[in-house]
Design a protein around this ligand. Structure first.
Ligand SMILES: NC(=O)c1ccc[n+]([C@@H]2O[C@H](COP(=O)([O-])OP(=O)(O)OC[C@H]3O[C@@H](n4cnc5c(N)ncnc54)[C@H](OP(=O)(O)O)[C@@H]3O)[C@@H](O)[C@H]2O)c1
Length: 291
C-alpha cells in the first residue's frame, strides 16, 4: 500500500493517477474539504484527516509499505512542512516502510534565513537522511502546472505579471515528469537514498515565459514588471497588521528574488536515472491549453 499526502495537490493527484494506472493500492490522505472525487473514482482508498493531527498520521500510516509526501503548507510551514513530515517519517519507521519519497524544494540547502518553508524542508531532509529508511528526496524548481491559471489569464488579456528581475534564471519542470519521477523513485535502485535537484530540460530566464505564452497564443505579451521593493513595501505594511503572514511571505519573496534552475549536468543525471527525456515547458503548456 502507498500512502500519498497532498493527494489532491498539483503533484499528488498526478502521483495517485500514475499509481492507479499501474493498479497499485493507494491510500490518499485528504481533508474533508478537499476535492477528492477523482481519486475515489480511480480506486484510491480515501483517508480523511488533517496532517496537523498526529493521530491522523498514525492511523494513515498503518500497513503501508511506501510513503510519498507531497503536501504543501497552507500558510503553516511549522505544522505542515516540518512537524507533519517528521511524524510521517517516525510512523514510517514504526511501520517498517520500504521507501519514503519526499518532495522538497530546489534551494532547500542554501540557508535562506527568511524563508520558513525552505528551512522546514532542509530540516526534514536531514531527519529523513538519518532515519535509516530508504528514501528519495526530490528538490523541484517551479512546477509548470502553476503557470496554467496565468496562461489562461494571458489568453484573455495578453497581460503577464512578472515581479522582480526578468533576467533571473529558472528551469520549470513538467509536473507530469515530476510525478513520474516520484513514482519511479521507489523501484529504480539509482534513485535510492539520493537527493536530486529536479528541473525542466531548459534554463529559461523569467522573461522567456511571457514570450512562450505569446508564441502559443499568437499575442504580443504586455509585461507588468513591478520591482522587488514594491513587494517589500507591501510586506512591511502587512507586518503591522499580521506578523505571521509577513513571515510566511518571506518564502514567497525568496522565490521571487533568487534563481532556481538545474545545471545541464543535473538534468542529464536525472534523465539517465529515470530513463526518459524531460518535457520542455512549451510542450507542457500546449498539451494542457490544447493549442
Ligand atoms: N508549486 C511549486 O512550484 C513547487 C516548487 C517546488 C516544490 N514544491 C513542493 O511540492 C509539494 C507539492 O506542491 P503542489 O504545488 O503540488 O501543492 P498544492 O497543489 O498546493 O497542494 C497542496 C496539498 O497539500 C494538502 N494539504 C494542505 N494542508 C493540509 C492538511 N492540513 N491536511 C491534509 N492535507 C493538506 C492540500 O489539500 P487540499 O486539497 O485540501 O487543499 C493539497 O492536496 C509541496 O511540498 C511544495 O512545497 C512546489
Amino acid at each position: 500500500m502507498f500512502l500519498v499526502t497532498g493527494a489532491t495537490g498539483g503533484i499528488g493527484r498526478r502521483v495517485v493517477r500514475l499509481l492507479r494506472e499501474q493498479a497499485m493500492p493507494v491510500r490518499a490522505f485528504v481533508r474533508l474539504t478537499s476535492r477528492y472525487g477523482e481519486l475515489e473514482h480511480r480506486g484510491a482508498e480515501i483517508f480523511i484527516g488533517d496532517l496537523q493531527q498526529e493521530k491522523d498520521i498514525q492511523k494513515a500510516c498503518q500497513s503501508v509499505q511506501y510513503v510519498i509526501s507531497t503536501h504543501g503548507s497552507d500558510g503553516n510551514p511549522l505544522a505542515l512542512d516540518y512537524r507533519a513530515n517528521i511524524e510521517l517519517i517516525d510512523q514510517a519507521k514504526a511501520n517498517g516502510v520500504q521507501h519514503f519519497v519526499f518532495v522538497s524544494v530546489l534551494g532547500a540547502d542554501r540557508g535562506y534565513e527568511d524563508a520558513p518553508v525552505f528551512k522546514a524542508k532542509r530540516a526534514v531532509e536531514g531527519y529523513l537522511e538519518s532515519s535509516g529508511l530508504n528514501y528519495t528526496i526530490l528538490r523541484p524548481a517551479g512546477l509548470a502546472s502553476n503557470l496554467l491559471p496565468l496562461a489562461e489569464r494571458f489568453r484573455e488579456t495578453g497581460l503577464y505579471l512578472l515581479i522582480g528581475d526578468p533576467k533571473n534564471r529558472t528551469s520549470i519542470v513538467s509536473t507530469d515528469d515530476l510525478a513520474k519521477m516520484v513514482v519511479d523513485s521507489v523501484t529504480i535502485p539509482a534513485a535510492c537514498n539520493q537527493i536530486l535537484p529536479v528541473g525542466g530540460p531548459e534554463i529559461l530566464s523569467r522573461e522567456d515565459i511571457p514570450r512562450i505564452l505569446g508564441r502559443i497564443f499568437n499575442k504580443e505579451p504586455l509585461i507588468i514588471n513591478p520591482p522587488m521593493f514594491v513587494i517589500d513595501g507591501l510586506r512591511n505594511v502587512l507586518g503591522f497588521m499580521n506578523p505571521q503572514a509577513q513571515k510566511n511571505l518571506g518564502t514567497f519573496r525568496t522565490l521571487l528574488a533568487n534563481e532556481f534552475f538545474c545545471t545541464k549536468e543535473e538534468i542529464a543525471n536525472l534523465e539517465a536515472i529515470f530513463g526518459f527525456k524531460l518535457e520542455p515547458l512549451e510542450n507542457f503548456l500546449r498539451r494542457y491549453l490544447a493549442v
